[in-house]
Design a protein around this ligand. Structure first.
Ligand code: 13P
Ligand code: SF4
Length: 298
């Protein structure tokens, strides 16, 4: 049987929906019910009627879906698909930062562990980080774990003091873009759009800074694009805008995002694996922070 047919039959049997991040392999994007950025996928997870959510992405994304829908079965097809950026931060570091900056609210990037989110006042994604921080009445705000995203927020909101926690947190895929990449892109021509996980120096000389969903929204503005984010984004953009040109950096690969294959997806649906399980207490505390973000974004 062809794999698309197998997946459709298993989806029906399990009453499942397949969510896939924009960085997933093309064959996964092709069979997913929804492809999107972290914010879009969180909203899809919250709103789906399906009994089971299969999350093709990395662990913090599937955990977010579980926190928002604790009564549903949430599956991550590859058990160890994780995000090294999320793993920069733990509860102890957050508590230390709170001690050093009493009264400053904690805004955590969605790329963080469920245990860390339990200590957040509000969560944000790259699509709404500035809006979330702007909405807070406090002049000082703790932001983690991505220092580059924190620098982006600081640049947009100079009236506030943003405290990055930890100061060295970064995504190895995005931190890898250099000024040389910008020079090459300028020689090639086209617009440069970078993810806010890129270094501040790269953000400053790019034309647009956007989440992966923001890149989809911006695409109609030009014919040729240099995309400074994970390579998988080019497939997503090319599927939506086949007549446009998208240049990406071939080495910009998130290894964990690329772990999920069609075989893993089939096994996940067949064996109901790997189920996300979190403690009730962590989920209840983290849910407040995630729902607050979704409310601010509406
Ligand atoms: P987006 O929410 O912009 O898709 O970003 C997620 C991510 O992991 C970027 O590396
Ligand atoms: Fe994490 Fe970076 Fe991979 Fe995104 S691209 S999932 S931030 S390691």
């Amino acid at each position: 049987m062809n794999r698309k047919v197998t997946i459709d039959a298993l989806k029906k049997k399990r009453d499942a929906v397949i969510l896939a991040h924009n960085y997933q392999l093309p064959e996964i994007q092709d069979v997913a019910d929804f492809v999107g950025d972290s914010l879009e996928l969180s909203i899809q997870a919250k709103e789906t009627d399906a009994h089971t959510i299969v999350f093709c992405g990395v662990d913090f994304m599937a955990e977010t879906a579980k926190i928002l829908c604790p009564e549903k079965t949430v599956l991550l097809p590859v058990k160890d698909a994780t995000c090294p950026l999320a793993n920069y931060l733990d509860a102890e570091t957050i508590l230390k930062a709170k001690e050093l900056h009493p009264g400053a609210p904690v805004v955590l990037y969605i790329n963080s562990t469920a245990e860390s989110k339990a200590y957040a006042d509000v969560v944000c994604t790259s699509a709404n980080a500035v809006k979330v921080v702007r909405s807070l009445p406090s002049d000082e705000v703790i932001v983690g774990p991505d220092a580059n995203l924190a620098a982006f927020i600081q640049d947009q909101l100079p009236q506030k003091k943003i405290v990055p926690v930890p100061p060295e947190g970064h995504c190895y895929v995005h931190d890898y873009f250099t000024e040389q990449d910008v020079r090459e892109a300028r020689r090639r021509g086209g617009m440069i759009i970078c993810h806010p996980e890129c270094r501040p120096g790269i953000q400053k000389i790019s034309d647009i800074i956007a989440s992966t969903g923001g890149m989809v929204s911006a695409a109609p503005q030009a014919e040729v694009w240099n995309i400074f984010t994970e390579k998988g984004m080019a497939y997503r953009l090319k599927t939506l805008f086949p007549d446009k040109t998208f240049y990406v950096k071939e080495e910009a690969i998130c290894e964990d995002m690329k772990k999920t294959t069609l075989d893993d997806l089939v096994s996940s649906l067949e064996k109901n694996q790997y189920r996300i399980e979190l403690s009730r207490e962590v989920m209840d505390r983290a849910r407040n922070a995630i729902e607050r973000m979704i409310e601010i974004g509406r």
